[in-house]
Design a protein around this ligand. Structure first.
Ligand SMILES: [Zn+2]
Length: 265
């Protein structure tokens, strides 16, 4: 683990190369000088950072979904005694997500379909090689504070925000699941992507209760269904297709951008 990872208490930082300059500070952290500087830069450079200048807005037209199972190979990602290894759960959700999207008429591309390590830059390259895509990265979370639980969805370009909110709303509607927040982040797979891109942290393996839930194949199925429903709804129906979208999960309440108070588990 790098010192940055220890400082932020989050293994994701090590693997996803988060750069805090554009990050909204965590709710329990005071804004630091870099954050104020980034705010100034964002104000001076409209359309550059927060609107994702290079990102093509395919959110209403995409026919391809790039499914990115986080980590893999020697990179376990998060792991805990009760939650197992993140890389396995991320792949399981991705593999369950694929047929749901394919069944709804989308072309699907997996950045990995087995326990192999793929460079972050390569993951973004795979996405950028597509003609008309969105990118969804699947992860599970980790914190030294074991009480923390709940799903988080990250995006970088503002065009990706509605999709991020929709995915979090769908996960929140799964019984027993908690939504934490939708937030901007400079994860490399988001930063290098030329398409709308979101990174879904499905839950905390470090939380005993949520970690145990997140380790189950049944829960992977529910998560895959929630993410698929959100993507299908976000896109809207294809023209000239007879393929029906799978039934959606119950309608989710809108999810705020600020952290919610923790629900009782
Ligand atoms: Zn991860």
């Amino acid at each position: 683990m790098t010192s940055a990872a220890i400082l932020h208490g989050k293994k994701e930082l090590m693997h996803s190369n988060i750069e805090p300059i554009l990050n909204v500070p965590a709710p329990d952290n005071k804004p630091h000088r870099g954050w104020w500087l980034s705010l100034l830069l964002v104000a001076l450079l409209p359309g550059c950072a927060t609107t994702g200048g290079r990102v093509k807005d395919t959110t209403r037209t995409f026919d391809t979904v790039v499914i990115d199972a986080g980590h893999g190979g020697y990179d376990d990602g998060a792991k805990s005694r009760w939650g197992g290894r993140e890389k396995n759960h991320a792949l399981s959700v991705a593999q369950k997500l694929r047929p749901k999207l394919a069944g709804a008429g989308f072309k699907t591309v997996m950045t990995r379909n087995s326990d192999v390590f793929i460079e972050l830059n390569e993951r973004a390259r795979i996405s950028n090689r597509q003609n008309n895509a969105i990118f969804v990265s699947v992860h599970f979370n980790d914190s030294p504070r074991r009480k923390i639980r709940g799903a988080e969805v990250y995006y970088r370009s503002s065009v990706s925000r509605p999709l991020a909110q929709r995915i979090l709303g769908r996960i929140d509607a799964i019984p027993g699941c908690t939504a934490r927040y939708v937030k901007t982040a400079n994860f490399r797979v988001l930063k290098l992507n030329q398409y709308p891109a979101v990174l879904v942290e499905c839950g905390y393996l470090s939380n005993r209760s949520e970690g145990s839930t997140c380790a189950s194949s049944k829960h992977h199925e529910r998560l895959a269904q929630a993410i698929a429903s959100a993507i299908i709804e976000a896109r809207g129906p294809f023209k000239n297709t007879t393929v029906q979208a799978p039934p959606a999960t119950p309608t989710a309440a809108p999810v705020p951008e600020v952290p919610e108070k923790k629900k009782k588990s």
